[in-house]
Design a protein around this ligand. Structure first.
Ligand code: FES
Ligand code: FE2
Length: 436
């Protein structure tokens, strides 16, 4: 590249089948600032699952897009999200990550709020003078909070598209998940939290990249083999489908995985669990029909919801969300998700399966962390400028599980928001090429 020239961060040539991303997107603080402003300060972001807030008074505190918020189910049954900052002098009023409360009392000067955010009590309130109006100091709500099939999302922008508009057909994928349980789904207690010294978008790409598995997760595949299970190369055997859902969302599916329910994939499911699993399958088929039951029971699916939510279904399912923490670092939070009607043994098996691969000490995550950190380290090689996301682009066949299609869907949406085309009506200047 010519020194001093400018470059658009996404290079795309549909005729030649090239889709490339300029590596400054992973290292440039200016890009990070735009992402914060245009994506994380505006988009709908996953915040929690309704099963974490079952009864009135149940609350959870979360860090979402650099804000400290908490969500609480009110006496009226509604879920509300508030900024976790006292309206008096700003102390965090919700100091525990989760729990149940009728009132929230600020630890600083004991102002007290109810579950709908109303300021109920101010010690010595007359000292604030005759014009002090208590109702002016109710908790600040997060501008928008909405629920789709049990998944609670928030947005820090008071205007913009609604959650159904944002999700589009992705909502149907959430509905399919919800139907797995006769009474919906349940997030297991606890979560996997860890940080990676890598840009957040690297984990997005890694999560929807099926073709790194044989190389990166070789140790896991060897382990599966020893256990009598295995990984079917998506290019060879099972039917796969990849469905772009618009707006950067995508779902890809590996079908006919009868091992999903029975656990042969991991090779470790106790035989004693099989009858219960088969009964569950029959019940799902009776409730939802064969086609839907096949999708629930025999299909490994990865659902990508822009910008930072992935629901990874294999033998067990996790919700994975991550936020940037500086340009070269990200924080991950993952929760195990399972049907709420599983019995105790099935639940324990599901949790073990989740931990074995997705947990911070599991086979999958440790290898991925190492690889992603190595990418980030190598981005100091500024002369090596482009990453390729072209796999499957010119293939003379339907899109496949092991293509880069989901990543391209993400990048297209990211580009529309963060870096519109240089010749678009926007007068944004394309990013300067770094170090060329
Ligand atoms: S900061 Fe909360 S009561 Fe003073
Ligand atoms: Fe991986």
């Amino acid at each position: 590249m010519v020194k001093g020239s400018t470059v658009h961060p996404i290079r795309r040539d549909d005729e030649r089948g090239i889709f490339a991303v300029h590596r400054s997107v992973y290292t440039d603080p200016e890009i990070q600032a735009r992402e914060q402003e245009r994506i994380f300060d505006r988009c709908w972001l996953y915040a929690a699952h309704v099963s974490e807030l079952k009864a009135p008074g149940d609350f959870i505190a979360r860090k979402i897009a650099n804000r400290r918020i908490f969500l609480v189910r009110g006496k009226d049954g509604a879920v509300r999200a508030f900024f976790n900052a006292c309206t008096h002098k700003g102390a965090m009023i919700c100091r525990e990550n989760k729990g149940s409360a009728k009132l929230f009392s600020c630890p600083y000067h004991a102002w007290t709020f109810d579950t709908s955010g109303t300021l109920m009590g101010v010690p010595d309130s007359e000292s604030f003078g005759p014009n002090f109006e208590r109702e002016e100091f109710n908790l600040n709500p997060v501008p928008r909070c909405d629920i789709s099939h049990g998944f609670i999302f928030v947005s820090f922008a008071s205007d913009g598209e609604s959650l159904p508009e944002h999700l589009g057909p992705a909502a149907e994928c959430l509905s399919l998940l919800e139907d797995n349980g006769s009474e919906g789904m349940q997030v297991a207690d606890g979560s996997f939290k860890y940080s990676i010294a890598a840009n957040w978008k690297l984990l997005l790409e890694n999560s929807n990249d099926a073709y790194h598995v044989p190389a990166t997760h070789r140790r896991y595949l060897d382990y599966l083999k020893e256990q009598g299970g295995g990984w079917a190369n998506p290019g060879e055997g099972p039917r796969t489908t990849v469905t772009p859902l618009g707006k950067g969302h995508c779902v890809f599916r590996l079908h006919d995985q009868t091992s999903k329910m029975t656990g042969n994939w991991g090779g470790s499911m106790p035989e004693s669990l099989r009858p219960g699993m088969e009964a569950r399958r029959a019940a799902l088929e009776a409730r939802h029909g064969k086609e839907r039951a096949d999708l629930m029971c025999d299909t490994f699916a990865i659902l990508q919801i822009f910008p930072n939510l992935l629901i990874l279904e294999s033998v067990s399912t996790i919700i994975r969300q991550f936020f940037p923490n500086g340009v070269g670092s990200l924080d991950v939070n993952s929760w195990a998700l399972m049907p709420s009607d599983l019995d105790e043994d099935d639940r324990a098996y599901a949790l073990r399966s989740v931990a074995a691969f997705w947990g911070p000490g599991g086979f999958g995550s440790a290898d991925d962390v190492d690889i992603l950190e190595s990418c980030q380290m190598a981005f100091t090689n500024r002369e090596a400028e482009w990453s390729l996301v072209s796999r499957g682009m010119l293939a003379d066949r339907p899109p496949r599980f092991d293509d880069d299609l989901a990543a391209r869907e993400f990048w297209k949406r990211w580009g529309e928001i963060v870096a519109p085309e240089p010749d678009s009506k926007s007068n944004l200047v394309p990013f300067a090429a770094r170090g060329a």
